[in-house]
Design a protein around this ligand. Sequence first.
Ligand SMILES: *Cc1c(COP(=O)(O)O)cnc(C)c1O
Length: 396
Amino acid sequence: MNAPSNAKPRGRQFFNNPGPTNIPDRVLRAMDRPVMDFMSDEFVAIHHACHAGVKRVLKTDQGLYMYNASGHGAWEAALANLFAAGDTVLIIETGYFSLGWAEMAVNLGIKVETIAADWRKGADVSKVGERLAKDKAHEIKAVLCVHNETATGMVLPLSDIRRAIDEAKHPALLLSDTISSLASIEYKMDAWGIDVTVGGSQKGLMLPTGMSFTGVSNKALDVARKNKAPRHYFHWELMNGRAPQKFMGTAPVHMFFGLQESLKMLEEEGLDAVFARHARLAEATRAAVRAWAADGKGPQLYGQSPDRLSNSVTTVMMPEGVSSDPLRKVAIDRYNLSLGGGLGPLMGKVFRIGHMGDLNEPMLLGCLATTELAMKTAGVPFSPGGVDAAIDSLAS
Ligand SMILES: *Cc1c(COP(=O)(O)O)cnc(C)c1O
């Protein structure tokens, strides 16, 4: 007998998209409360606590601005405050998200130069230094990059990029998108000399989508102050005038209730332990994929530089001629496992396993075992032993 079409699957959905991520029950419960006046003393105290907490996660003592906006809003905030039409920025190509930020800059009238890179190998940082060394007139205002490229599952060595800028004796600002790395992978805004950090709520911070923020260095604030380009909603100086919350419009109090709880969870576990957990789960995921690829016919790791593989998302390349779309459809429709798809030119060619945020060993093993099940059901060739390899990795 066929199940009625409105039948709801039993059990929990296993959610392994690389954003949004699982929202912990504790965060949901913390948000389940009546609204409050965003000008009240009670909310101002919550806001201040969250502000300080996010700065601890960013590892910065400098500025922070928050927005009612997805990560794209914080991208735009960074560009709108620092640059005017006709300015030039240098963006390091990593994949779909670096292209997206570059496209936004172009649409704002900013001239974009790209350090091109092979998406599977990752950018050559020495090319950044070489390009800046040639820019004697200092026309390049900033280097933009994506710390953790969510499309390819690869990270950039940000401290090396800072060093390349300094060694070229170039004054360019360094802007980094940490939307899918913050609170999952080590990040040190001040120590690494990052001028603007772009973050969002729905990835490592385990919150609903809809809030984003920028950490801003004093140097960047100075540049913004001198920038005459028109802007309003994201205008840092205007926001400064709206103390104590520095929010444009109504502050999203429920997002802050959730943020307060997620910061508490991160600090109870300890950020270093959070990073170690992500490293452990990521390594187990990679062990599974390497096992699937063992005979050369199965899916394989997309990233080809072992020291650049992300601890928050693994991008898995499908065998030649096999689309990832039917596999993902079987996974969600039959087994209630949500996997990420390929973005831009990688559509159908890869799938992505998100392992960031509120995740533990049983959740990951459930995902990997069900991915094997879905590969079998969908007729995707693979070598057996992926789950065993992940278990061995976790047990070691
Ligand atoms: C998710 C993501 C974005 C976009 O964030 P939105 O909240 O969807 O606007 C940007 N950059 C990276 C690296 C991301 O992972």
